[in-house]
Design a binder for this molecule. Sequence first.
Ligand SMILES: [Ca+2]
Length: 320
Amino acid sequence: MQWSLFLFILMGQSFFFTCHLYVYHFIGENKTWDEAQKYCRENYTDLAIVSNMTDMERLRKSTETLTEAWIGLHSYPGKDNRRWYWSLPGLKFNENQTRWESGEPNDNGGQENCLLMNNQKWSDYPCGYKFRFICYNETKQFNKSFHLINYTLTWPQAQRYCRENHTDLVSGLDQLDDNSVKSGSYVWIGVFRDTWRWSDGRNFSFRNWEYVEDLVDGQSNKTCATTMLNRAGKWSSADCNEEKPFFCYDVPLRKHLVRLTLSAENPSVNLKDPAVINIMLKQLEKKFRDEGVSVKLSWRKLPEIQNNTKEAQREEQCAP
Ligand SMILES: [Ca+2]
């Protein structure tokens, strides 16, 4: 006995990392950061998260307003709350794969939140000092992936220089192992640490600060982040109790249609019984949930197809 059905799969969060299809919503009501977060969680997914410059541009273009608005970034000041990140968005910093100089990181003075490399060895160092630095260029400008910049800037200035003229500060062990990078002596590389966290718990390292002092801690009484739309969207920190407009985000549901051909080994199982196919649906949903995938499933019955036992699958593509 065979019965062809279409299985509709509505998927939410699981597509974050492949598609990054956030939809941003500008809310023009003034609220504190906490009130804005509550509003976004009730009406959308959360306050806006931003994982890279492409997201940032899409957020900016989602409104024509030129104001300052909350995004979903919050600081938890305190030395113990700092976390290391690679500067290049999407790279995960692994605490077990580090190349510290002996005695480092020593956080001398409690302000050493940027990474200086000398002969492949790392030291934490205050971000405001000026050193030469190495930029990574993903398009191989001048046929080179790595560019040693032979004048000195602070770490935040160096990051901005690399992002504006190349791709980012050199990031990740693979890049550091390139021969042209290995030889760097007393150069800034793309590692920093801070106490900022995204409202929805994601670990994105992308930061787009206008002011150097926001890089690490936020200032003690300014622990919530805004985007300044009249300053090309650059971010600033502000007192969370100030009332400002804000950005929420959500993720559009994605539909997948999968044709399954069902057959029963036990002839006593009636696959045309709605109760039977509903039980199968619940079991499939549970399997997805066990894998951490949020889905809603439904059957769509189609006319029986003769002599066709292949499974067919069609997926919608990510929209630009
Ligand atoms: Ca140090």
